[in-house]
Design a protein around this ligand. Structure first.
Ligand SMILES: Nc1ncnc2c1ncn2[C@@H]1O[C@H](COP(=O)(O)OP(=O)(O)OP(=O)(O)O)[C@@H](O)[C@H]1O
Ligand SMILES: Nc1nc2c(ncn2[C@@H]2O[C@H](COP(=O)(O)O)[C@@H](O)[C@H]2O)c(=O)[nH]1
Length: 220
């Protein structure tokens, strides 16, 4: 019997200065598409878990020795040192997941994004910025999970991280969360269905105008 071939999934990078809201946006998008068609990659890190973070769910928490051993064994698709800790994406998980036709989101920094673009030119990358530095600091504080020292370190790095925005395919300003989520979803759906962004943006209007004859795979 012939085996059914599955079109590979799409790979997306979502990067932002810490606290701009990329994890929240990915989480919200996945909640809207909870049919198993998309997944966020669980990175490995040497950072200490935050309160409530679970090993294998939020990150795979590793010692520095274990992380370096994995670097030497070529287990990471990309890795980088961010805020004095190592972070990396598992090669086998990404390749297997894409192979099964599932879209994968990488919540990674600009250094990792550069490595992924080299390895996988088809990747689409989205950069998220906050509406202001004041809002960024407020978000880091309201998240309530990092010490003043950690927040100061992340704020000190924010502008140099944002200077890489032009390396990305799309830029989103995360002011109003729901609005940004909509824009994020439009980008993802346009890429997934190989449609021009405008066509996906006007999906609801076209559905109203054309009714059931509008062949839209996109449910907003
Ligand atoms: N548009 C928004 N308006 C107000 N608050 C927001 C918005 N988007 C996200 N937040 C809040 O900002 C905080 C930081 O968001 P989140 O953890 O998603 O950031 P992040 O970019 O993933 O940070 P990190 O890189 O440190 O993981 C959270 O408390 C989140 O609820
Ligand atoms: N290059 C990579 N960067 C990563 C990865 N996983 C997370 N990150 C980035 O690190 C910072 C800090 O994250 P936090 O959880 O400590 O707040 C943030 O910019 C993440 O996007 C990774 O696998 N590779």
């Amino acid at each position: 019997m012939a085996t059914k071939t599955v079109a590979p999934g799409n790979l997306f990078i979502v990067a932002a200065p810490s606290g701009a809201g990329k994890s929240s946006l990915i989480r919200a998008l996945l909640a809207r598409h909870n049919d198993g068609s998309m997944q966020v990659s669980v990175s490995s890190t040497t950072r200490a878990p935050r309160p409530g973070e679970q090993d294998g769910v939020h990150y795979h928490f590793l010692s520095v020795d274990a992380f370096q051993k994995r670097i030497a064994e070529g287990e990471f698709y990309e890795w980088a040192k961010v805020f004095d800790n190592y972070y990396g994406t598992s090669r086998s998980v990404i390749e297997d997941t894409l192979q099964r036709g599932i879209d994968v989101f990488l919540d990674i920094d600009w250094q990792g994004a550069q490595q992924v673009r080299e390895a996988y030119p088809e990747v689409r990358s989205i950069f998220i910025v906050p509406p202001s530095l004041t809002a960024l600091e407020q978000r880091l504080r309201s998240r309530g999970q990092d010490s003043d020292e950690v927040i100061a370190k992340r704020m000190a790095k924010a502008q140099s991280e944002m200077s890489h925005y032009h390396e990305f395919d799309y830029l989103l300003v995360n002011g109003d969360f729901d609005q940004t989520l909509h824009e994020f979803e439009h980008i993802v759906m346009a890429h997934r269905h190989r449609m021009p962004l405008q066509q996906v943006r006007y999906a609801d209007t076209l559905k109203d105008l054309l009714g059931s004859s509008a062949a839209f795979p996109y449910n907003s």
